[in-house]
Design a protein around this ligand. Sequence first.
Ligand code: ITT
Length: 193
Amino acid sequence: MDIVLASSNKHKVQEINDIVSVYNMPFPVKFILPPEGFDPEENGQTFAENSLIKATEAWKLTKGWVLADDSGLCIDALGGKPGIYSARYAETPALRIERVLKELEGEENRKAHFTCAMTLINPEGHVAFKTEGICEGTIIKSARGVNGFGYDPIFLVKGGTRTMAELSEEEKNLVSHRFVALNNVLNFIKNIK
Ligand code: ITT
């Protein structure tokens, strides 16, 4: 079963394909990139809304099964920011991290979580399933680690001593917000054939 992944973030696509490859699906599932021209306007107010916008845009181009992932980092002391603005918080990933660390300077409450909202649309164009996954942690004071992407180097996973960027890909894919959401999606998909 081919599913179009409504994303142009190659790290996400890689993580999603890695997660599905170790999930015991009863039939092969392959996530493929959307065709050229996929450029949704992410103007929703929530992760779930943006996920639906991306999925709908990709469905219009493909008319097949489509999955969208809208995700981001929510920091308690910043009232949930960067949240849905995670990808646009500054120009580059390094500058985004710098901005977050600056905004948290002197702040003792470092609690944060990653959220991932997924929307699955069927070939008829209806939302077949939607879900969210969360991964809790704290924001450390300076970046550590080179794996993963985005805010991984400043996110210390709850209950551990390493940042998300210090975990191996396999380790991240067992605890991440994306893993939690995708597991729910795959549990749904395996029962539809
Ligand atoms: P698409 O919309 O094309 O899927 P995007 O990167 O713009 O790609 P989002 O709008 O969902 O995707 O924004 C997600 C941003 O949140 C991403 O660019 C990172 O900055 C951050 N993020 C999401 N998941 C993350 C993860 O697993 N580790 C670190 N940062 C993450």
